[in-house]
Design a protein around this ligand. Structure first.
Ligand code: PGA
Length: 266
């Protein structure tokens, strides 16, 4: 894994935006995997700013989001479709028909299973994901792949863990229906992406980050599956990196990588 430790959450967003823009500018038909949550908001703000200053166009870009709550309408203010429209899609020139968020508003199992299969097929038809953006849950989840999710899992119905429901309660009004199920890309789906970029900021994520990078590969920490990916970058602020045992080594590796990039090893 490439572990990059930067001084602030803003720097993490700028780094992630550079990677996204690089994919868009180097691929003919770029396919992005996108994430929701508080962490990528700063990345989306950065991308919108770059679009407004004409540094990037999303005209040719296709996107696939990781997950969506089951049983709430796309137009619900807490749906991930609404989140993406508000934070990114409505503010850039991506074609609405090129943006994909799992369709999960039905409460019928057969409809949801078909929707999950169709989502996998759409990713394949688009040529696979070039760069998958990820956050990490306090419990180590990626997408809504909660602890004990199979590393071979594909897009499917997933029961949210108690801690995830509790962590997301803040977004729902008192007494409002809060989903306990989601349709999420599987860990196998995520591992199929040609590259993954996981962003984590703040002290609260330090334990999960340590388990992901330095812990054993275990279904108890779904993000540890990324140790099996040959092009996984983890970009952290100082707080999220604070519990890493090999912090200085990762910084040393980045220095060496920079020297290699410049053509000199010593
Ligand atoms: P957060 O969520 O960015 O809101 O912390 C991350 C996640 O649960 O994947």
């Amino acid at each position: 894994m490439q572990v990059i430790i930067l001084s602030s959450a803003h720097d993490v967003a700028v780094y992630a935006a550079d990677r996204v823009v690089d994919v868009i500018n180097t691929k003919k038909n770029p396919v992005l995997g996108l994430a929701t949550g508080s962490t990528p908001i700063a990345l989306y703000e950065e991308l919108v700013a770059r679009h407004h200053s004409r540094q990037v166009s999303f005209r040719q870009t296709v996107s696939f989001n990781l997950d969506e709550y089951i049983g709430i309408a796309d137009s619900h203010e807490q749906s991930y479709r609404t989140f993406m429209n508000q934070h990114l899609f409505n503010a850039i020139d991506i074609m609405p028909t090129n943006t994909h968020v799992p369709l999960a508003q039905s409460k019928e199992v057969a409809v949801l299973k078909k929707s999950a299969q169709d989502y996998e097929a759409s990713i394949q038809q688009a040529g696979g994901i070039d760069l998958q953006i990820l956050g990490i849950g306090l419990n180590g989840h990626i997408g809504f792949n909660e602890p004990t999710s199979s590393f071979a899992s594909r897009t499917r119905i997933k029961t949210l863990s108690e801690s995830t429901v509790a962590a997301n309660k803040r977004f729902f009004k008192a007494g409002e229906y809060q989903p306990e199920l989601a349709l999420t890309m599987g860990i196998g789906t995520i591992l199929d992406s040609r590259a993954v970029l996981l962003m984590a900021t703040g002290k609260a994520k330090a334990e999960a980050v340590k388990a992901m990078i330095e812990g054993p590969i275990s279904a108890m920490c779904p993000a540890s599956a990324l140790q099996l990916h040959e092009a996984a970058t983890i970009v952290l602020d100082e707080e999220a990196a604070s519990l890493l045992a090999l912090k200085e080594y990762y910084q040393w590796c980045e220095l060496k990588r920079q020297q290699l990039h410049e053509g000199s090893l010593i």
